[in-house]
Design a protein around this ligand. Structure first.
Ligand SMILES: C[C@@](CO)(OP(=O)(O)O)[C@H](O)COP(=O)(O)OP(=O)(O)OC[C@H]1O[C@@H](n2ccc(N)nc2=O)[C@H](O)[C@@H]1O
Ligand SMILES: Nc1ncnc2c1ncn2[C@@H]1O[C@H](COP(=O)(O)OP(=O)(O)O)[C@@H](O)[C@H]1O
Length: 284
């Protein structure tokens, strides 16, 4: 029987997110702080001797060729001229398109895991470079350390924010990243600040007001959460999170959430659970 290996594919939060400018190509320059969570998807992999990439789970509304897992595996195969393949089983727990980075994390886990299993020998830096072509957040998940990201997410500075407990909730609405970045009311000129200055201020997310103004589900949930703890949007939403000093406090609020709202409690991690499991020691 072929051996099957299991790898974590963690969520991330944007603990703060500021938009400092819009580039000529339409993309926005950000200053954002990423931290991983000890909660996420799981990916099981069996190596095969033929080059086929087989996904055993189908994601709703995502054709296989567009699945970031498939695309990441194919890209690594091509870049390294590898003749091996893989059978890949995904256990999806993270809400899709929710601002917790599930798709980017899946792509990164595949790059790091297959690089080990196929013995293709690329460094985390090389894998991050390949990952950037799949999405702006993929390099963060490949490098595996909590980071202050600038540019569109490619300039990373390793960082050690406090590893708090978070309650993450998913309002029952789906929000397009592209639409938020196109919105005329989005603040785009927050002054650039040094990391030390940012770390000593109260944190915010520049996308939050536009999202709250247009999605009452997000507005209502944040208005409810903020009664218990400091709460914000992650990424461009739709997920929101509240921060706590203990698991008990986070679980206590989780127990009181509206019944139809999905969510989870998790602890912040400055080293990705993937890198912890593989004993990789990421550094900037
Ligand atoms: C802003 C973040 C923060 O984590 O939001 P979330 O996706 O996590 O919510 C991410 O960096 C998002 O990265 P990613 O999810 O790869 O974005 P993409 O799909 O490439 O972007 C969709 C569209 O949003 C716009 N976009 C995206 C990122 C950026 N820095 N500036 C932009 O203007 C572009 O128009 C792009 O075509
Ligand atoms: N393996 C995957 N997991 C999740 N989403 C995927 C995957 N492959 C492709 N996608 C697409 O990428 C989009 C963004 O996914 P995701 O990274 O979860 O969002 P976000 O960056 O907002 O957290 C999804 O809506 C989906 O269409």
């Amino acid at each position: 029987m072929t051996e099957r290996f299991s790898f974590p594919s963690p969520a991330k939060l944007n603990l703060f997110l500021y938009i400092t400018s819009k580039r000529a190509d339409g993309y926005h320059e950000l200053q954002t702080l990423f931290q991983f969570l000890d909660f996420g998807d799981d990916i099981e992999i069996e190596i095969s001797q033929d080059p086929e990439i087989v996904l055993t789970e189908i994601l709703e509304n995502v054709p296989v060729e567009q699945n970031l897992i498939y695309r990441a595996a194919k890209l690594l195969q091509q870049q390294t001229a590898c003749s091996l393949g893989a059978k890949i089983r995904l256990t999806k727990r993270l809400p899709m398109g929710g601002g917790v980075g599930g798709g980017s994390s899946n792509a990164a886990t595949i790059l790091v895991a297959l690089n080990q299993l196929w013995q293709t020998g690329l460094s985390l830096e090389q894998l991050a470079e390949i990952g950037l072509s799949l999405g702006a957040d993929v390099p963060i998940f490949v490098r595996g350390f909590a980071a202050f990201a600038e540019g569109v997410g490619e300039k990373l500075t390793q960082c050690n924010p406090v590893e708090k407990w978070y309650l993450v909730l998913k309002p029952d609405v789906s929000i397009s990243t592209a639409l938020i970045f196109q919105h005329p009311d989005l603040p785009r000129n927050t002054p650039k600040r040094s990391l030390s200055e940012l770390l000593s201020t109260n944190w915010a997310n520049d996308c939050e007001k536009v999202v709250r103004d247009h999605y009452s589900e997000v507005d209502d949930l944040l208005a409810w959460l903020v009664q218990y703890a400091p709460s914000r949007l992650t990424g461009t939403g739709a997920c929101v999170f509240a921060e706590f000093d203990s698991k008990e406090e986070a679980l206590n609020v989780f127990d009181q959430k509206p019944k139809h709202i999905q969510g989870f409690v998790a602890k912040g991690q400055n080293i990705s659970p993937l890198h912890q499991k593989l004993n990789l020691f990421p550094n900037a």
